[in-house]
Design a protein around this ligand. Sequence first.
Ligand code: SAH
Ligand code: SF4
Length: 346
Amino acid sequence: MTTRYELTRDGLTELLDGEPRYRLDQLWEGLYTHLADPVDITNLPKSLRARLDAELPLALQPVTESVSDRGDTVKFLWELDGGSRVETVLMLYSDRATVCVSSQAGCAMGCGFCATGQAGFTRHLTVGEIVEQVVRAAQRARRLDRRVSNIVFMGMGEPMANLDAVWAATERFHGDLGLSARHITISTVGVIPGIRSLKDRSLPVNLAVSLHAANDTLRDDLVPINRRYPIDDLMAACADYLQVKHRRVSFEWAMIEGVNDRDSDARELAALCRRLSPHGHVNLIPLNPTPGYPTTGSSPKRVEEFRDLLDSFGANATVRRNRGTDIDAACGQLAAGQPVVLTRRR
Ligand code: SAH
Ligand code: SF4
């Protein structure tokens, strides 16, 4: 059986076969403008509401909902059909409300410092499962009188490894939920064919690349997929993306004490940023603790110093405020509360 947000407008048309045509608009508006359950779309006849409720079940079963930052960060843990679990995070800021969505249950890319990578890959999410994460978070935001304005694919999984579903969901965010493409960011560990494919798709979404190291020796170690897609080729793909889309490319940099926070790292990273036009922008995130990785994050002081160094080498960087570290909702901590395969040697 299909789930509620799996169907496009055409799919809903088929489901309403035999009903007057205006019912489609009523259903669509109910689902996507009012974020309502079919049973509550009161301009539909009662019998139709009951049928739709039965034929369009939800895909995500809530397991827990944790709140931190005085209510400004909400982490949802969901169980999917088949039993695997994924997380979604809603972050409320004064000027925007961002939903961080998962694209896969687990991840096959094996970055050692990332809780999702430590847990390994379970399965891809469907379009409906991705769209539903945003709708459910948007319903929560609405209860607080807020509207979701931004979406980042920075939850569990590597979006480029599930690009067809990720892209179909992106088109639905744009078309059904009315989000601007400029407010949607796809984050990748650097899967070049995905970046190249994204370049040829219609919507100008933001691209974030999780770089974490600016030379191949270190990056091969931190981000194993670098052995297949090394930095030079990755930078060329980013440059092409920029040229076609005119969107800013940002680099994510999880700061690991003594590993990638040295002066030489700042110099090499700034050189990579300057290769792009306009320059790549760096987001610095102090490494969040995960059970399977022995090294710790850089101190707040070192993060500031590193940002100033980047600045002095001609690269712009922002220090990202950590949200939800106390509820394991911060970058790379998703899945940290579940059993993981420890990679640390005994
Ligand atoms: N797979 C994609 C998107 C999800 S990860 C990617 O890697 O880009 C979201 C971000 O969290 C990535 O930038 C990732 O590198 C970062 N991250 C992973 N583990 C982290 C940790 N322990 N501390 C801080 N950031 C981490
Ligand atoms: Fe996967 Fe991204 Fe985690 Fe690497 S950092 S394991 S690509 S989710």
